[in-house]
Design a protein around this ligand. Structure first.
Ligand SMILES: Cc1cc2nc3c(=O)[nH]c(=O)nc-3n(C[C@H](O)[C@H](O)[C@H](O)COP(=O)(O)OP(=O)(O)OC[C@H]3O[C@@H](n4cnc5c(N)ncnc54)[C@H](O)[C@@H]3O)c2cc1C
Ligand code: SF4
Length: 388
């Protein structure tokens, strides 16, 4: 075992510094700064190089985390990057937005033993950014061109990753998207303060340089039928994501100023990219000066509350039917939202939206937690109704 590892007993956990909470509310820039070189090395050296690495077991990509942490601790950054990217098509994205606290970091053995997890996500971001700076991230080069072509519908992370893997094997790859920019929710869903758009655009440019063709503003079902597309290609992959908003069927849910999260976030992201967005410009999808209530406790809800804060909302509340411990969203994002001034109303379920044409108040049921169900999550029941 390298002498450079197993330092978790003597070296405390450190995350990269966050931008000041007052300053970060003024813009949409990412809130975490980069690690300094020595810190990335030092924090990697805290890993105990487990025989059964639970970080890797709980990584959906099965990333070889202990080995690239060891290479980072030894200052072998290019090898660390090469190993990390061998199982991950966009480690710079995962390093920034993967819910590490529920996956690798949440299951890290030294977290479980009370020493604080190895800061895996930040180290992944650090080595990948270093790789981009040093030109180690290269476009696909094919010596083995194949004649067959593959049409991929959807340019979100699923379409991009599959496209890259197929192109590496030499196929002619065409990615279709109904939007004007590639990237799916990485571009139009997730806000800049978690993932700046130049990070996604840089990756897409690299894929184009590697020979992947993007056909944008092209909706299958409108600009072409699926069967026409099948005739054009040897195989089709459908990677269209999930876009249907969940309905809230309550009295008053047809009032005019209740919006699905994706409409609000897409408008904000388009605005950030410099587009003209009529519904934002006329104030409809702009939270400025408004009392905003966001319903739900997942990552999308956190993105909505934090976007509202940055748009200068008068007040921002998040309504969630369970408590903090039973939220589906990342605990880290909840903490960031609280720091930025979001008020959480735990154990609160919407009951009725009140108003004439527009909502002006919301009645909520106050909930109490019951026993966990077979999935391990606690259920809840109503104890009284009140005004949010
Ligand atoms: C607000 C929000 C925040 C999130 N935050 C995180 C996070 O922090 N961490 C995390 O890990 N995950 C997060 N996610 C989840 C993550 O974004 C998704 O899991 C991921 O984007 C799914 O990738 P995908 O490629 O399957 O679909 P998408 O990213 O949705 O891409 C699908 C693409 O298909 C295109 N398309 C659909 N239909 C057609 C058609 N008929 N013709 C042509 N093109 C079509 C769409 O325009 C879109 O570009 C978040 C999701 C949202 C909504
Ligand atoms: S679980 Fe934690 S300590 Fe163990 S190998 Fe993974 S990062 Fe290192």
């Amino acid at each position: 075992m390298s002498e450079k590892m197993l330092k978790f007993v003597n070296i405390g956990q450190q995350n990269p510094p966050k931008r000041d909470k007052i300053q970060r509310k003024e813009d949409f820039d990412e809130i975490y700064k980069e690690f300094l070189l020595d810190k990335a090395k030092e924090q990697s050296s805290r890993c105990s190089q487990c025989g059964v690495p639970f970080c890797q077991v709980h990584c959906p990509l099965s990333n070889n985390i202990p080995d690239w942490l060891k290479l980072t601790a030894e200052g072998r950054y290019e090898e660390a990057y090469q190993l990390s990217q061998s199982t991950n098509n966009m480690p710079e994205v995962c390093g920034r937005i993967c819910p590490q606290d529920r996956l690798c970091e949440g299951n890290c053995v030294i977290e479980q033993s009370g020493h604080g997890t190895v800061t895996i996500g930040s180290i992944e971001k650090y080595i990948t950014e270093k790789a981009w700076e040093n030109g180690w991230v290269k476009p696909i080069q094919n010596k083995n061109e194949k004649k067959q072509s593959i049409g991929i519908i959807g340019s979100g992370p699923a379409g991009l990753a599959c496209g890259e893997e197929l192109r590496k094997k030499g196929y002619q790859v065409f990615i279709y998207d109904r939007y004007d920019r590639a990237g799916g929710l990485l571009i139009y869903g997730i806000p800049n303060f978690k993932l700046e758009k130049h990070v996604v655009e840089r990756r897409i440019k690299l894929l184009q340089e590697g020979g992947i063709n993007f056909v944008l503003n092209f909706e299958i079902g409108k600009d072409s039928t699926l069967s026409d597309l099948r005739d054009k290609h040897d195989a089709i992959l459908i990677a269209t994501g999930v876009y249907k908003a969940r309905e809230v069927n309550l009295p008053g849910s047809d009032l005019s100023n209740i919006y699905p999260a994706m409409e609000f976030l897409t408008a904000s992201n388009k605005k950030g990219l410099g587009d003209t967005v009529e519904l934002f410009d006329n104030g409809t999808l702009n939270a400025e000066g408004k009392d905003v209530v966001v319903i739900g406790g997942g990552d999308t809800a956190m993105d909505c509350v934090r976007t509202s804060i940055r748009q200068n909302a008068k007040s921002v509340k998040c309504l969630y039917r369970r408590d903090r411990e039973n939220m589906p969203g990342s605990a880290r994002e909840v903490g960031n939202a609280e720091e930025e001034g979001v008020e959480f109303m735990w154990l609160s379920n919407p009951k009725e939206f009140k108003g004439i044409n527009k909502i002006n108040s919301l009645i909520v049921d106050k909930m109490k937690l019951g026993e966990p169900d077979e999935s391990g999550r606690v259920w809840y029941c109503c104890i009284k109704s009140c005004l949010a």
